[in-house]
Every structure is written in C-alpha cells, then in structure tokens.
Write a protein that binds this ligand. Structure first.
Ligand code: NAI
Ligand code: MG
Length: 490
C-alpha cells in the first residue's frame, strides 16, 4: 500500500459537500466602548450618543455620537481654521505627501478595516477585502498624484481650492465613499467635515486613527457622526463652501432646495434603476456571472446595481434557467465567513423597504423565485430574489429597491431595449452584453446613463469618472473630472 492509499483508506467519506465555515479573525479589530467626534485632530466628547450594531447579529458594537448643531459648528470652525492657517497655502507636493501616506496606511491596515467594514455594515468579507479596501487605497493614491499637477489637469486656468467641504455619505460603501469624497477634496487644497451614515460610522472613526498616523495637520479632516439631522446641519452651515452628498434621491432634492441661491457648490450622487441588457449573441455564461455580480454584489445595496435585467426574447429561457441554477449556488450568511457571497441587509429600515417592494411585485402580478436557503435567525436577511413576468409599470421595475432583488423584462430589437432601458427617471448606469462591438457603441450612444459597462458590470477605477444625471444626480467622482467640483477655476 502506498502512502496515498493508506491516507485515502483512513479518510472519512464526507456526508455532504457544503463548505466548512471559514471565519475571518475578528480580533484584528479593537473597538472602543464609545466614540466621540473627531474635531481639530482631537476626540470631542459627544453630548448625545446612540448604539451602532452589527446587522448580521443585532449585537451592539459601540456607542457613537449624535452630533448636535454646536458640535457640527465646532467641526466646521476647525475645518475653516485649518484651511486658513496653512492647508490651502502649503506646497501642493506636501499635500500629496499626506495623501500618499494615508493610502499606504490603509493598505497596511486593510485587514483590520475590512473586518470592521463587514462587522458594522453586513457586507461579505470577500468584498470588503477585495473591493472596498483596495479601491479606497487606490483613490488616495490616484488623487495624491494629482495634488501637485492641478495646472496640468486644467491647463490655462488657475485652479484654486474652495474652502471647507461638507460631505455626507451613505452606508453601502462606507470607507470607499469616504475615500471618494476626502481624497479629491484634499488634493485640491480644501478641508473637510464628513459625516458617515448613521448605521455604518465605525470605519470612518477608525480612519481618524489613520489621519493621526499620517500626521495630517489637525482640522484638515473632521468627522462627525449622527443621522440626517446632523447631515442637515452640515448642509446649512454658513461655514461650508461646498456640499457633496451621496444617498437617496429624496434627500438629494431636499439638499438642492436648501442650497438654491446660496452660491455653494453642490454635487449629488443619488439612486439608480440600471438596465443590464443581454443580447442573443452574448457569451451567456459570462453574462450570467455579470447579472449575478450586477445585482447580488453587496446585497444589491449599490446605486448602480443592474436591478432591471433586459433579456432578448430569443434567449429568455436559457438565460433564466442558467440564472436560477447559479442562484442556488450563492452562499448567504455570516459576512465574516470568507465563503459568503451575500451578507446581511444593512439595517432593519432597509430590510422593511425591500420586503415592502417585493410584496408589491407579487401583488402586481410578477412571479417570484428564491433559491432554497436557510437564513440566520438573528439579524437582517433577505434571500436573493428574481422576478419574472414583470411589466414596466410595476413598482419593482420603477423604484430603486436597493436589495438583492432582480426584475426580468424582455425585448426584441435594440431599439426596444434602448426605449425600455431609458424608461426611468434615473440615469446612472447600464450594462450591455453582446459580441458585436458596433452594437456596444450604438447602445452606449443612446442609453441615458452616466456609465455604460460592456460585457462586464460594476467595474471601478479611480481614474474613471462616475456619476449620473436626471434623478441620479450631477457632478462626477473619480478621474480628473472628480477634482473639478472641489476647485474654483479662473
Ligand atoms: P439617506 O439619503 O437618508 O441617507 C444617506 C446619508 O444622508 C446618510 O448619511 C444620512 O444620515 C444623510 N441624511 C439623511 N437625511 C439628511 C438630510 N435631510 N440632510 C442631510 N443629510 C441627510 O438614505 P437612507 O434613508 O439610508 O436610504 C433610503 C434609500 O435611499 C435606500 O433604500 C436607497 O434606495 C437610497 N440610497 C441610495 C444610495 C446611493 O448610493 N445612491 C445610498 C443610500 C441610500
Ligand atoms: Mg433616509
């Protein structure tokens, strides 16, 4: 008997072939019991606090501040003073130095940040580790490179910083949205007051540690936590010269109304209802992967999610069959397990919104499919869902669900695909799957979306501008375009 044969004889026959748990170590993160607001480089004891939890278990993680108007004012004052006393005047190559440092520290501490992001937000560790963290660092690296080259980015113009930027971010990509906001603002010479979303404050608070480690001058970046009330205070503060917001269309509209006539610069990155369009000549297995990535990535909590699938009629059946089969292989569960594909829904409020919209889809006459999967008992969970038989007028085809829910519609001709894809008040993103290059270009010209992906989906790079129009907002983040909202060009 050979060594191998002996081993095989001893090995027990597995009774089932499911994955063994592969939990990421949680102890790489040290949480404090309470966090304050990070103002002028110091921790300000919060007047009011609330508890932030893990949405996967409902376990309390820490107490964080609910910033009052006075606390917001202190943060804005600190940002103003840092702007006037040095930051706007230091050599641009010095600004770059800090941004490079931040990028490198994020890389060094990426495991810690990834675990924290999954713990507080519910997203699979696989995604925070492989997407959120590398992209966050990449954004700081990218804008670090621009800091001393602004004259080349905008030739024959004199790029000048605006002053204090007030930035409000959502809960779906907490650290990445922070990077999208802070990196270009600092590269352009502004100072910042940023508010993370109320359900996911912890990675922004850990980031304050990074700022200290990078020895960023006090007050250049200030972080206040709290809910919409804190956000509204930042927006209306006289000391803020520019507002950048990512979140819901309703709040975006309210902010635009508030700022109308104030002369403050504004960028809004709002919702979407993207069409992912599959033509009959597309590589179907790849397209199915793209559909899965388009809607189940980050539990569908993605503004550019491919939430409306448009399939050419002739391939409807094979696509739906393949998709359903693929759906049964998605592993839903513990965000900290390295095998998890779909994690927890970010909050109770978001879960209720998803449940409500899914119920409306069934009521209006769509056919629902969910793969068999056992959801954890505690925490906020929703099974990956597909709706067939969807009419364009249904709410599930019109409204942003922001959850793991796909609505499938069909089309016959490219013209019909364009018409259906554009039949939404949004205009953020779209996907096109076809072997034909000329058709990709033809479609991209006609789709009213800020980003059109061809034979791929949800691809991001710091050098590529991202943003929408119509009800998806205005202004671009990423690339040279992403600097413009933070500069006065004369
Ligand atoms: P939201 O727009 O209320 O929250 C986003 C951020 O804005 C948070 O930091 C929040 O504290 C802040 N905020 C809320 N009210 C504010 C106000 N009046 N002034 C200033 N800041 C304010 O989004 P919410 O309620 O968490 O989610 C509702 C829906 O919005 C989701 O179901 C989804 O459809 C959409 N959404 C879209 C996002 C995107 O990336 N485009 C991100 C988050 C939500
Ligand atoms: Mg809200």
């Amino acid at each position: 008997m050979t060594e191998l044969e002996r081993k095989q004889e001893r090995a027990p026959v597995p009774s089932d072939w499911t994955y063994a748990p592969a939990p990421e170590a949680r102890d790489v993160v040290t949480l404090r019991e309470q966090y304050g607001h990070f103002v002028g480089g110091e921790w300000l004891e919060p007047k009011e606090t609330y508890t932030t939890i893990s949405p996967a278990t409902e376990e309390p993680l820490a107490e964080v501040g609910q910033a009052t108007p006075e606390e917001v004012a202190a943060a804005v004052d600190a940002a103003r003073s840092a702007y006037e006393n040095g930051w706007s005047e230091i050599a641009p190559s010095e600004r770059a130095k800090y941004l490079f440092r931040i990028a490198r520290i994020l890389q060094e501490r990426s495991r810690e940040f990834a675990v924290l992001e999954s713990l507080n937000g519910g997203k699979p560790i696989k995604e925070s580790r492989d997407v959120d963290l590398p992209l966050s660092a990449a954004h700081f690296f990218y804008y670090a490179g621009w800091a001393d080259k602004l004259e080349y980015a905008f030739p024959n113009q004199r790029p000048r910083p605006l002053g204090v930027a007030g930035q409000i971010i959502p809960w779906n990509f907490p650290l990445l949205m922070l990077a999208w906001k802070i990196a270009p603002a600092l590269a352009a010479g502004n100072t910042v007051v940023l508010k993370p979303a109320e359900t996911t404050p912890l990675s922004a608070l850990l980031f304050c540690d990074v700022l200290r480690q990078a020895e960023l001058p006090p007050g250049v970046v200030n972080i206040v936590t709290g809910d919409g009330r804190t956000g509204a205070e930042i927006v209306k503060s006289d000391g803020v010269d520019k507002v950048a917001f990512t979140g819901s269309t309703d709040v975006g509209k309210a902010i635009q109304r508030e700022l109308a006539g104030s002369g403050k610069k504004l960028t809004l990155e709002l919702g979407g209802k993207a069409a992912n369009i599959i033509f009959d000549d597309a590589a179907l297995d790849q397209a199915v992967e793209g559909i899965i990535n388009g809607i189940y990535f980050n539990q569908g909590h993605v503004c550019c999610a491919g939430s409306r699938l448009l399939v050419q009629e002739s391939i409807y059946e094979p696509v739906v069959d393949k998709l359903k089969r693929r759906l049964t292989t998605l592993r839903v569960g513990d965000p900290l397990d390295k095998n998890t594909d779909v994690g927890a829904i970010n909050s109770k409020q978001q879960l209720e919104k998803i449940q409500q919209l899914v119920a409306s889809g069934a009521e209006e006459g769509a056919e629902i499919y969910q793969p068999p999967c056992r959801l954890p008992e505690k925490g906020y969970w929703f099974a990956p869902t597909v709706f067939t038989n969807v009419a364009q007028s249904y709410r599930i085809a019109q409204e942003e669900i922001f959850g793991p829910v796909l609505s499938i519609l069909t089309f016959r001709t490219p013209e019909e695909a364009v018409e259906k894809a554009n039949n939404t008040p949004y205009g953020l993103s779209a996907g096109v799957w076809t072997e034909k290059g000329s058709r990709i270009l033809w479609m991209a010209e006609r789709l009213r979306a800020g980003v059109v992906w061809a034979n791929t989906y949800n691809r991001f790079d710091p050098s590529s501008p991202f943003g929408g129009y119509r009800e998806s907002g205005f202004g671009r983040e990423g690339g040279r375009h992403g600097l413009e909202p933070y500069l006065r060009l004369t």
